[in-house]
Design a protein around this ligand. Structure first.
Ligand code: NAP
Length: 284
């Protein structure tokens, strides 16, 4: 019996439970995926209980992604790079490793032909929070020419840029920051939204005005990592203007599949089954 789960704050729906439960079922593995909800002040207690109860692994979401880094025994290079843990792996002896699979999910969700063209192009990123960091590192490591980051708070933007530059990613990528109200998408190859603007239940808003979106060159990709709803206002607008679009479902599925591979120590996890389960849960 394998015990998996997700460490999250109270409330909200989790698509990770149906996704991982469907995968275990498909693989014929007896196991359970439990939602562990805890307040920040109870994180250590909950973490100790997971270890004591021989849980094999958990996903970690906001607000625990950074605080949990001080509780694990080891932090992977990827998690160090991003500065957050979204996956914990417990070994038989109780030793734990903090990992991050968000960057893998984010980048690999982009269709291959677009990924391969990103090198040397300009991209824009909306938001300067946790998920934005994983996306920014992916763009920098893949040598985009300019990474333009837009958010609503200049102090946070400056701190975000300093943090990215301190990672010494040995890339030629130029990092530029500006307020969202000054967004300029001319020359942008991929626009990525990492703000929760447009996410359920506030699904009638978009982080980008239609007139700004129109400046995106033809052939550009609009990637909203929000997955609920499937098609945010931003993606609807982008589609109506003839751009390629991508929602956050594939990122969610691929980061989950990467976590599951590490927990089960096998590579043949059923990604299609996981995707179907996520879509079904989001539609229910
Ligand atoms: P976060 O750390 O709270 O960062 C959110 C960012 O959005 C911050 O820069 C925040 O700015 C900005 N923001 C929030 N409300 C805004 C508004 N009304 N207008 C403009 N900017 C606003 O959250 P996160 O972990 O990065 O997650 C962000 C989104 O990504 C969520 O919708 C989440 O569901 C999604 N996500 C998807 C996946 C996936 O697998 N598809 C994975 C991770 C996250 P301030 O700091 O100024 O508030």
């Amino acid at each position: 019996m394998i015990k998996l789960g997700i460490l999250k704050s109270h409330g909200g729906k989790s698509s990770s439970k149906p996704m991982h439960s469907a995968a275990l079922n498909n693989l014929g593995i007896e196991g359970e995926y439990t939602v562990y909800e805890c307040l920040p002040e109870d994180l250590k207690k909950t973490f100790d209980e997971l270890r004591k109860n021989k849980v094999r692994g958990v996903n970690v979401t906001i607000p625990h992604k950074i605080p949990v880094m001080s509780l694990v025994d080891k932090i992977s290079e990827r998690a160090k790079l991003i500065g957050a843990v979204n996956t914990i792996i417990f070994e038989e002896d109780g030793k734990s490793t903090g990992e991050n699979t968000d960057m893998h999910g984010f980048w690999n969700a982009i269709p291959k032909e677009i990924r391969e063209q990103a090198n040397g192009k300009d991209v824009a990123l909306l938001g300067a929070g946790g998920a934005a960091c994983a996306c920014a590192v992916a763009f920098i490591q893949n040598e985009v020419k300019t990474l333009k980051i837009y958010a609503r708070d200049m102090n946070k933007l400056k701190a975000f840029k300093t943090e990215l530059e301190s990672k010494n990613l040995k890339s030629q990528t130029k990092i530029e920051i500006d307020l969202l109200e000054n967004i300029d998408l001319s020359n942008t190859f991929i626009l990525t939204n990492t703000t929760p603007v447009g996410m359920y239940p506030n699904s009638d808003s978009s982080p980008v005005k239609l007139e700004d979106l129109k400046k995106l060159p033809k052939g550009g990709l609009v990637y909203d990592i929000v997955y609920n709803p499937f098609e945010t206002v931003l993606l609807k607008d982008a589609k109506s203007l003839g751009y390629k679009t991508l929602n956050g479902v594939e990122m969610l599925v691929l980061q989950g599949a990467e976590s599951l591979k590490m927990w089960l120590k096998r590579n043949d996890v059923p990604v299609d089954v996981m995707r179907d389960a996520v879509v079904k849960s989001l539609l229910s």
